[in-house]
Design a protein around this ligand. Structure first.
Ligand code: AMP
Ligand code: MG
Length: 314
């Protein structure tokens, strides 16, 4: 890829960053917590690029960034108990998990095919300007290669991702330094899924996911049979058995569906969750081998969860 552009948060820079996002390119931007690696959250291919650029070995769901509470409400149904946190506007460094609306238009990769979505309205003026200029939801994990420390300035972003992303919007040091806190809700109130910049007061802190031990409210992507189709699924199949619904990768004459006929991993990632949805209606599914490199690792990780026997959750 070309060298990563370093954009200033001027009108020109913001406009350029928004145009790149609209083109399906990746743009890192500052928030009040750390720098996020942004992609158009409605564009499967753009979201696949996020996992590719970060070298993420699994498709864990991404946080969706929007400029206003109204935009958040258009994507997720804000849980009743969450409103107590939103009385004075969206607090800094807070991410809320909400049921996903059917007409959200989000890429299935963003939510890893789940029916919930993590939403955040960043307070940072540069993030606000970018989101307003882009005028759509932006999926953004932290702008660092998988396994590395979250970036708090544009130089950190470039040291990890230079040449792998289109641009970084340089807004100086981020004030938070820590990630956003992630809260989910059930009837009884908030559950802290991840500690972060936003602090939940002790009286509201009913329990954390960890307090209840495994199984209480596991972080998505942790379940072995997470996002399993109802039928059985076999991986690394070159010749499907009669009656199996066969998902190909690369040229296959007999495939019922194909992750990518040209063998392109980014295209395969972009198609994965839609195909798993389709596969949900089949009794027996077979999937062609997918090379275990780059995005192929995350694809194989998700397929192996889909292939895991039911009830083998932990
Ligand atoms: P990062 O990608 O580093 O910004 O981290 C995103 C975090 O948000 C991960 O820990 C995800 O598991 C969490 N997350 C994203 N979407 C959801 C969701 N729908 N439900 C629960 N946690 C989520
Ligand atoms: Mg991160």
């Amino acid at each position: 890829m070309k060298q990563t552009e370093r954009l200033q948060p001027t009108r020109t820079g913001i406009r350029r960053a928004a145009a790149l996002l609209r083109d399906g390119a990746l743009v890192a931007f500052p928030t009040e917590t750390v720098y996020g690696l942004g992609a158009d959250a409605t564009d499967d291919t753009a979201v696949a690029k996020v996992f590719e650029a970060k070298g993420r070995p699994s498709f864990n769901p991404l946080i969706v960034h929007v400029p206003t509470l109204a935009d958040a409400e258009a994507i997720g149904e804000i849980p009743e108990a969450a409103w107590a946190f939103l009385e004075d506007g969206w607090p800094e460094g807070l991410t809320l998990v909400a049921p996903l609306r059917a007409d959200s238009k989000l890429s299935l990769l963003v939510t890893a095919g789940q029916r919930t979505v993590a939403l955040r309205v960043p307070a940072s003026p540069v993030a606000q300007d970018l989101l307003t200029a882009f005028d759509g939801p932006v999926a953004a994990p932290s702008a660092n290669p998988s396994g590395r420390i979250s970036p708090t300035c544009a130089d950190h972003v470039l040291s990890g991702l230079d040449g792998r992303i289109a641009a970084v919007l340089d807004g100086g040091e981020t004030p938070g330094g820590l990630e956003s806190a992630i809260l989910a809700f059930d009837e009884a109130g908030p559950i802290v899924l991840r500690e972060g910049v936003f602090q939940v007061s002790e009286d509201l802190r009913r329990k954390t996911a960890l307090d209840d031990g495994p199984g209480a409210l596991p972080a998505p992507g942790m379940l072995k049979s997470h996002y399993a189709p109802q039928g059985t699924l076999r991986m690394n199949v070159t010749t499907p058995d009669p009656g199996e619904w066969f998902i190909g990768f690369g040229p296959h004459r007999n495939a019922d569906a194909n992750l990518s006929a040209s063998g392109d991993l980014r295209e395969a990632a972009a198609n994965l969750f839609a195909l798993l949805h389709q596969a949900d209606k089949k009794d027996r599914i077979a999937v062609a081998p997918v090379p275990n490199t780059g995005l192929g690792r995350a694809i194989n990780d998700r397929l192996s969860r889909a292939a895991a026997p039911r009830g083998a959750d932990f």
